[in-house]
Each structure stands twice: as C-alpha cells, then as structure tokens.
Design a protein around this ligand. Structure first.
Ligand code: NAP
Length: 471
C-alpha cells in the first residue's frame, strides 16, 4: 500500500468498526493501492439496521437536521482538496473534474438543508365537500423510515451526497452501501457528517459483498425505502425482490443529442466535445449519440473532431488532464470490443499508453452496441439525419430515457423536441450532460422510476399522514 494510502473502518452506530478483513482500493490509472477499507457483510448490515432503528426512535428536529447539513457543506469546503483527491485517486477521475464534484456535493448538502427547514404538509379544504363541513384537515410529512442506499462508482462523493443529504433532511436514518471500487469518498463524507454533529445511528456505512449487503436491505422489513443508483440489471431486480418497499432507481442512458440545421454549430461542437468525454464518458448522461441535420453535418464534424483531439489524455492527478482511464480492465475490454464491432467509420480514437482515447465514430447503425446500449466510456457516435423528425425518432429509439438534448436557434423546434423526446429531461443549447444539483433529475423507461435533487428526493423519502379534526 502506498505510504499516503488511507485506511478506513466501517461506520456502525457512531463507531468506526474494523472486521479483521480488508478490501484494497486501487487507482484505476496506476493500479496502486490508494486505500483499504474494512470488509463488512450481513452481520454488520443487521447491526447497522439495529442502530438506525434506535436513531429513528429519537427523531431529530428539522432545525437540527438543517444545521448539520449546512455544517457538512462547510466541512466539504474546508477539506475540498482532500475530498477531490480522494475522488480522483479511487475513481481515476481527472482532478479538475473531481474538484467540480466536490463543489457540487457542497451544493447538494446546502439545498438539502433548505428542504429540511421547509418540510411541511398541506391544508385540505374540507368544506369543499358537504361531508367535510365543520372539519379541519391537514397532512403531516413524516419520514418514511430507514433508508437503504446503494451508490455507484462514477460519482463516489456527489451521488452519495444525493442519498445521504435528502435522507437526513427528511428525518430518515440511512444504511449506505457504496461501490466497492470507490468506498473512500463515501467514508470521508461519513466522517464529515460525524464531525458536523450527526448523532449515532443516523448514518451507517457498510462496504463488502454487494449481494450479501443488498439481500439484508431487501429482506429486512425495517428498511422502508431503497434508493439505488447504478446499472439497470441490478436495479430492476432489487425492485422485483422488494415489492412492498419503495425502490427508487436512478439508472443508465444512451444519451442522444440533436443538432438542427439552424444551430450554432461551433457552440454545439465545443460543448459536446467537452461533455462527451468528461470522466472518460462514465457519466449516466454522457453524450453518446449525436444526430446532425444534413446541411450542418460536415461543418459540425469539422468543428467537433479537432476539439476532441485536443483533449488531453493522461494521469488523472495532473491538473491539465481532461480524460483519464475507465474504471477497470473489464470495462476497457468491453468498450474496445464495442468500438471494433460498431460497423462505423472511426474519425478519431485509438489507444494512448493503455488509455482509450476519445473516440468518434460516424455513420454507425442504430443496432450497434455503441448506439443502442450504454457505452459508459469515451465514445461518441455522429450520424447525419434528413430531418428533425428523423433525429427525434432515432433519439427515442432506445430502451433508455434519462436525459436528451437539442441545439437549435428556433424556439419552436426546441419546444417541439422538448415535448417529443421521451426522456426525464431535455436540455436545449447545452450538452445533455448538464446537471445542477437542485434540478429534478431522473429517467423514464429503462432509466429509472424516480427523481433526485433534494426537493424531489425528500418527497420520496417522506409520506403524508392525514389529520382530520372535528371542530
Ligand atoms: P452497478 O454495477 O450496478 O453497481 C452499483 C451499486 O450496486 C454498487 O454499489 C454495487 O456494489 C451494487 N450492487 C451490485 N450488485 C448488487 C446486488 N446484487 N445487490 C445490491 N447491490 C448491488 O453500477 P456501476 O457500474 O457502479 O455504475 C454504473 C451504472 O450506474 C451505469 O449504468 C450508470 O448509467 C448508472 N448511473 C446512473 C445514474 C443516475 O443518476 N441515473 C448516475 C450514475 C450512474 P459493488 O460495487 O460492490 O459491486
């Protein structure tokens, strides 16, 4: 283990717990061990649920929850560079992108604090029905109960924040299982929550074999909601296995963007080149399919390809690196295979010291895996289309539905696309990789069944209780 590597225990009931077994966390770039984490399993998960149950029995008032959330945001700010380095080391994320993620986590906690303070039910206009005359009614928003949270490797800090912060705002204790490849950022956030004054049991973090921890979260009736971000294969099975729980899924995409003939091509090319390859395309809304109306196609490709070639590929720890490694050798092998079998023309790409260079493929059939599946790598497909209608039809021709985009100067074209693109979000004149943390963010179709963003997640994590009073 490198001299600077971090060693972290599990968090259960406010205590840091070692189990005698360790998981090595390796840099996806160098392969060096950058940390090790205690390995937990079913027994630790059950102990964590016991602690969460005790926490739930001693509710924290909203002002206290909000104060803790604000403090966590401040602590992330104070240790910003350490948070960013941790993300970068374990995920192989370029440090400048990791710094943005750390800042976004501050934003997520800050917005969650606002939600904690304004969490309230509604008045019901009872005398609107004859039966209600003489009665007063309102709803209370109650925490749903213990939340089981499962997070992916690609945003190991901010996607964990999108689960922990709204859960605390809603008054729900959490048992978190972060991705095994990137648990260090989650455990650092847990440390900051402790430092901010979170009482024992409100957050418990278990790292270990996914199916073992997942099985306890699915089978234990005390877990009322599972919030999962990751792949569809895992997510939809969790939902099937837990029909009586709320199972909230944030899953993948095959992100399309339309470039209309009237678009500012230079602007579209610049934004798409910057956003299709950030974190080597390992974002659920990384631009993957670009459909350009034929009159603009050549100009777009001429503007786009040199910008892609100018991206700096290399060590994620370097300040000027734009594109680092993908998460592991399996991912690398799969992506390389998909590129080779795409049937399209490779306009740029290749290998640079074992890293996949940003790859642009043109005229790729819609049934190639780089088109219809989620690549989750630094690969973009560019195709000419004869009309906006064709572009929208091909953009929709996927099982996914998370976020899509369009570049156009016409308001009418933009609004028409916003209505017809079957996605949870449609972004106009910006890369559809755009996300700001207060937005409602989530997919339809195979991409999920919920919206994150603190205001929306807090609603999911609470339930309304009706109170009727006879006057
Ligand atoms: P993944 O393989 O599905 O893993 C996600 C999490 O699920 C990890 O913590 C993993 O644990 C855990 N897991 C695996 N098998 C499980 C089981 N049987 N029971 C319970 N938990 C289990 O996904 P990933 O490769 O980390 O992330 C990439 C995917 O996430 C992509 O599809 C991407 O689009 C999606 N994603 C979606 C969003 C969104 O907001 N919509 C955001 C980011 C990523 P281990 O690590 O221990 O295997």
């Amino acid at each position: 283990m490198a001299a600077t590597a971090t060693e972290r225990a599990l968090l259960i009931d406010g205590e840091w717990v070692e189990t005698g077994e360790w998981i090595d966390v390796r840099s996806p770039y160098s392969g060096d061990v950058v940390g090790r984490v205690a390995r937990g399993g079913a027994a630790e998960t059950r102990r964590a649920l016991d602690a969460a149950e005790r926490a739930l029995a001693n509710p924290l008032p909203a002002h206290k929850r909000a104060e803790i959330l604000v403090k966590v945001a401040g602590l992330i700010g104070r240790r910003h560079e350490e948070v960013a380095r941790t993300i970068s080391d374990e995920a192989g994320k370029p440090i400048k992108t990791a710094r943005v993620e750390a800042s976004r986590a501050m934003s997520t906690y800050t917005f969650a604090a606002v939600e904690a303070r304004k969490l309230a039910g509604e008045m019901v206009p009872m005398d609107a029905a004859q039966a209600g005359e003489g009665k007063l009614a309102f709803t209370l928003r109650r925490p749903i109960g213990i939340v089981g949270a499962i997070s992916p490797f690609n945003f190991p800090c901010n996607l964990v924040a999108h689960k922990l912060a709204p859960a605390l705002a809603a008054g729900c204790p959490v048992v978190l299982k972060p991705a095994s490849q990137t648990p260090l950022s989650a455990l650092l956030l847990a440390e900051l929550e402790q430092e901010a004054g979170l009482p024992a049991g409100w957050l418990n973090v278990i790292v270990g074999k996914a199916s073992e921890i997942g099985d306890v979260l699915v089978e234990d009736d005390r877990v009322k909601l599972i919030t999962f971000t990751g792949s569809g294969d895992v997510g939809w099975k969790l939902q099937e296995r837990a029909p009586r729980k709320r199972v909230k899924l944030e899953l993948g995409n095959s992100t399309p963007v339309v470039v209309a003939a009237d678009a500012d091509v230079e602007n579209a090319a610049a934004k798409l080149a910057a956003n299709a390859f950030a974190f080597a395309g390992q974002s659920c809304i990384s631009v993957q399919r670009i459909y350009v109306e034929r009159p603009s196609y050549d100009a777009f490709v001429e503007a786009f390809v040199p910008k892609v070639q100018a991206l700096k590929v290399g060590d994620p720890a370097d300040d000027d690196t734009d594109v680092g490694p993908v998460i592991d050798d399996d991912a690398r092998g799969r992506i390389t295979q998909w590129i080779a079998e795409s049937g399209g023309e490779q306009l740029t790409g290749g290998d640079e010291n074992g890293l996949i260079k940003p790859t642009v493929l043109a005229n790729v059939p819609d049934d190639a895996r780089v088109s219809c599946d989620e690549v989750f790598g630094p690969v973009v497909v560019v195709n000419p289309v004869d009309s906006i209608d064709e572009a929208i039809e091909r953009a929709n021709g996927t099982r996914f539905g998370l976020q899509a985009g369009i570049f156009t100067r016409s308001l009418d074209t933009a609004l028409n696309a916003a209505e017809r693109l079957e996605f949870g979000g449609v972004v106009v004149n910006e890369a559809p990789t755009f996300r700001s943390d207060q937005m409602p963010y989530g997919g339809v179709k195979a991409s999920g069944n919920t919206k994150e963003g603190p205001a929306w997640a807090v609603r999911e994590m609470t339930e309304e209780r009706l109170v009727v009073i006879q006057r």
